[in-house]
Structures are given as structure tokens and as C-alpha cells.
Design a protein around this ligand. Structure first.
Ligand code: 3PG
Length: 306
């Protein structure tokens, strides 16, 4: 009997695990669960006899692939797969997939939770700003960016976007103004929401020049990846521009410094929370299980990323 292992440091909601188990067992597969593990050795042990593994932001490197002798497929239940060593996967003949779009509404809703919190001065009772009529710049118009645009329209915001790969005409068709570069987006919009993946090109790409382009009272929200922002540039921008705020769902390495220096302009969630809803867990977890079943039974490689 083929074995599927859920290996999630940050657990899915129990209802999602139940749904994944149903999909696996209905297909005649065994399901094992490793949650909240504290040592890599536990992960290495859990994957030794796994045919398939479902992960979230869990780091799957060459050592994991070497330990997982029977492994055929890893599905990242979520969008970003920068935590998986794709070269090592391919070298071990393992298929890697993600589940695009399944958790994007959850992340987009958190953007607005954080944005209202920031716009109202972290609920400290002082006079804040409203979102209505403000320009929101969405950097990367993928599944999350599109959901952010939809919700922003409900707030009465003017929505702009830049995406290096998605055609401007397609963005404009959705009632969003497309600009020609990230620089134009930062120059135009007081509020910026980051949705770029962490790649060789994007890591550190949110630099001082971009941050300093922000109009007065600029707010940057990062629910994407820690690595996309140049942290020394961020520290410099917050120091030189007392009007700027940075709100993030991915705690930067300089969290302690930023908290100490800018308690009313910097906020980080304690743990990445964007995709942490029952709905997103169910959508992404069950999609992952179904993709595994379809791959192992029928060889379906849709959503393969390596
Ligand atoms: C993703 O890439 O899907 C999101 O960043 C969510 O990550 P998580 O599954 O670790 O919450």
C-alpha cells in the first residue's frame, strides 16, 4: 500500500487533515502525520518509507530526498515552493507540485486585516487614515494579487498593479491600472502590497530606492516572502522616512531592532498567518492529496514545477 505523509511544521486545521485522510484512504493509500516537529531528524525518519509527502513551508533539501528512498512526489500545499530543492528532487526522480490559488483568498484577506491595523495606527487611539480613495499598488498580479485587487475595490481604493510576466492589457481588463515598472508602482501608490515569489531575481529587490519613491505616508505590506526585501534598505528607509510603515506576515531577521526602534511603524505577525485558515487548509490540503492520488494512479503531472 502506497504511503502519503503529511509533514507540516505548522499544522493544518484538523478538519483539513480529516479531508486529506479521506482522499488518501478512499484511494487505498495509507496516511501518516508528522506535525510540529522540532528536529530535522524527525522529518528524515518520517519520509523513509513515504511514496508521497505533503508539505507547507517545510524545507525539503537534498538530505531529505536522499533519506526518502521510495519517494515519488512532493506536493507543497500552497503557492511558493522556494523551500524545496528542485534540482535535488529532479536528481532523485521526484515530481514536485504546488497547489496554486488554493490559499490565495486567505492571504489577501490578511493583507486588509494588517492594512486597516496599520492605517489606524495599530489601534492606539490616535487619528489614522481611511483606505477609501487611496492608491494601492499590487506588486505581482498572480492569484493573491488578483484577490487583493477584488477586495480593495470594495474599500473604494484606486488599484494599480505591476507584473513582469502578466500582460498589462489583461490587468486593465480587470479594472486595475497597469504600470510599466515596480518603480512606477512605488512612485504612484501610497500603499504597496508585495506578492512576488522569492527567486534569484526578486531576492533583495525591494531596495532603498524603491522604498524612498513612496509618497508621503507610505505603507508597505509583505505577505509574500521575507527574502524579497533588502533588510538594511528597510532599516534605512524607516530611519530616514518617519512617515513610512512596514507591515509583514514574515518576520525579518532584524525584527528585534525594528520593534525597538519603530514600535508604531513596524508590525510583524508572530508566525506566518496568511494561509492559516480552515478554508485555505482544506482547499490546499485536499488539492494536494488529490494531485498525489492522480499522479500515483494515472501519472497526471499537472502542476509539476520541476
Ligand atoms: C504559500 O506560499 O502558499 C504561502 O506563503 C503560505 O505558506 P504556509 O503554507 O507556510 O502558511
Amino acid at each position: 500500500m502506497a504511503k502519503i505523509v503529511i509533514a507540516t511544521d505548522k499544522p493544518f486545521a484538523a478538519v483539513a487533515v480529516k479531508g486529506i485522510r479521506e482522499v488518501a484512504e478512499t484511494a487505498g493509500f495509507e496516511l501518516a502525520l508528522l506535525e510540529k516537529y522540532t528536529e530535522k531528524a524527525q522529518l528524515l525518519e518520517a519520509v523513509t518509507d513515504a511514496d508521497a509527502v505533503i508539505i507547507r513551508s517545510d524545507k525539503i533539501d537534498a538530505e531529505v530526498f536522499a533519506a526518502a528512498k521510495q519517494l515519488k512526489i512532493v506536493v507543497r500545499a500552497g503557492a511558493g515552493y522556494d523551500n524545496v530543492d528542485l534540482e535535488a528532487a529532479t536528481a532523485h526522480n521526484v515530481c514536485v507540485m504546488n497547489t496554486p490559488g488554493q490559499n490565495s483568498n486567505a492571504v489577501a484577506e490578511l493583507v486588509f486585516g494588517m492594512l486597516v491595523f496599520g492605517a489606524r495606527n495599530f489601534f492606539n487611539g490616535t487619528s489614522g487614515i481611511e483606505l477609501k480613495g487611496k492608491r494601492l499598488g499590487i506588486l505581482a498580479y498572480g492569484n493573491v494579487g488578483r484577490n487583493v485587487a477584488r477586495i480593495a475595490k470594495g474599500f473604494g481604493m484606486e488599484v494599480y498593479a505591476y507584473d513582469a510576466f502578466f500582460p498589462a492589457e489583461a490587468i486593465e481588463k480587470e479594472g486595475v491600472k497597469a504600470v510599466k515598472s515596480a518603480a512606477d508602482l512605488f512612485k504612484t501608490c501610497q500603499i504597496i502590497s508585495l506578492h512576488i515569489p522569492a527567486t534569484a531575481e526578486t531576492k533583495g529587490s525591494i531596495n532603498f530606492e524603491l522604498l524612498n519613491f513612496l509618497p508621503k505616508g507610505g505603507i508597505v505590506i509583505n505577505t509574500a516572502r521575507k527574502e524579497v526585501i533588502d533588510e538594511s534598505a528597510l532599516a534605512k528607509a524607516l530611519s530616514e522616512r518617519p512617515d513610512l510603515k512596514y507591515l509583514t506576515d514574515i518576520r525579518p531577521d532584524i525584527h528585534a531592532d525594528l520593534t525597538a526602534n519603530y514600535p508604531d511603524r513596524y508590525f510583524s505577525t508572530p508566525k506566518k498567518t496568511g494561509a492559516q485558515t480552515a478554508e485555505a487548509n482544506i482547499n490546499a490540503g485536499i488539492a494536494a492529496a488529490e494531485q498525489i492520488v492522480d499522479f500515483l494512479k494515472n501519472g497526471n503531472e499537472r502542476f509539476r514545477v520541476n
